[in-house]
Ligand binder design. Structure first.
Ligand code: C5P
Length: 306
């Protein structure tokens, strides 16, 4: 008997704005962020099987990724099976396009695509609300990869709310040659805050998305958005990987409207005036031997395809 396969995709994300609050007792930080889903996708194929297994394909080197039980996609598959009282297993094949530990939520996208693929494979129809609950248990960015589009994230990033926005944005991504661990970057931010607050008495304010960001997005105004983007994790990421500053400066010189670190890095993202400017920026980077990837956002969240 032939085994059925369901294919699903899930997008990576950029944090257009990321404001980090205080360290909580559970080890997470409260934050307020604006997520934008971008047109760079993980592709997951879920095939009926007796047990649970995982393999990676695609352009990204995955040789160091765990394919054991602790892998987020396998945990996602098992969580869907548990929620639907499914006793069968699944063989997952993930075509990876998002860099590992790159600040674009690639692992979260793997999990989000797995959630919708397994839900469809087993005919569960758990519904978006239940899948979002499961996603939040898996990781802070997983609910957004499921939802897609453009959303405000609060709590540790898992609480999503809608935002008024118009238009589409052109970005050029430059992946870092290396990885930055999210907990390490958050920890670096805390260390810096503790040391400066001892000197100056500065306290960490409640995280918030400024009205300038919301207004720029409502108008779809690239220049206005460029003035308003901000990432609290940028300084600690640059401190841990100073060479990223050179990439940001180069993007600036090559004509990007603005550049920033995405999430906890090391991917640098450059906002461009339009698609032509983005293509020119990719060519400019190429002339310096650097690969840039032109993507657009916002795009829809995780979904079954074909
Ligand atoms: O939720 P996720 O498993 O992706 O988070 C990975 C790590 O990143 C957490 O264990 C925590 O150290 C850090 N983190 C944080 N505050 C957040 C999100 C993540 O400190 N809001």
């Amino acid at each position: 008997m032939s085994r059925r396969t369901v294919r699903a995709v899930a997008p990576g994300k950029i944090n257009v704005h990321l404001s980090v609050g205080a360290l909580r007792s559970d080890g997470y930080h409260d934050l307020a962020t604006v997520y934008q889903a971008i047109s760079l996708y993980e592709v997951v194929e879920a095939t009926e099987a007796d047990g649970f297994s995982l393999e990676f394909t695609g352009p990204v080197d995955t040789s160091e990724l765990s394919i054991d039980e602790d892998n987020l996609a396998l945990r996602a598959a098992r969580a869907v099976a548990a929620a639907g009282d499914v006793t069968a297993g699944v063989a997952l094949r993930i075509e990876k396009h998002l860099p590992i530990a790159g600040g674009l939520a690639g692992g979260s996208a793997d999990a989000a695509a797995t959630l919708v693929a397994c839900d469809a494979l087993w005919g569960l129809e758990l519904g978006r609300a239940r899948l979002l609950e499961i996603a939040a248990e898996l990781g802070s960015d997983v609910p957004f990869s499921l939802a897609g589009g453009m959303k405000i994230g609060t709590g540790r990033g898992e609480k999503l709310s809608s935002i008024l926005h118009r238009g589409s944005y052109d970005w050029v991504l430059v992946f870092g040659d290396g990885e930055l661990s999210t907990p390490v970057v958050f920890n670096e931010l805390d260390k810096h805050r503790w040391s400066t607050s001892r000197d100056t008495g500065i306290i960490v304010l409640d995280p918030a998305v400024p009205t300038e960001v919301l207004q720029a997005l409502r108008l779809g105004d690239v220049e206005m958005l460029a003035d308003a983007v901000h990432n609290d994790l940028q300084a600690p990421a640059l401190h841990l990987m100073p060479r990223l500053m050179g990439t940001l400066e180069l993007g600036d010189r090559l004509g990007a409207v603005t550049g920033m670190i995405s999430g906890s890095g090391p991917t640098c993202v450059f906002l461009c005036e339009d698609a032509d400017s983005a293509r020119e920026l990719v060519a400019g980077f190429a002339a310096q031997g650097i690969t840039g990837h032109h993507v657009t956002g916002p795009v829809p969240g995780a979904r079954v395809v074909g």
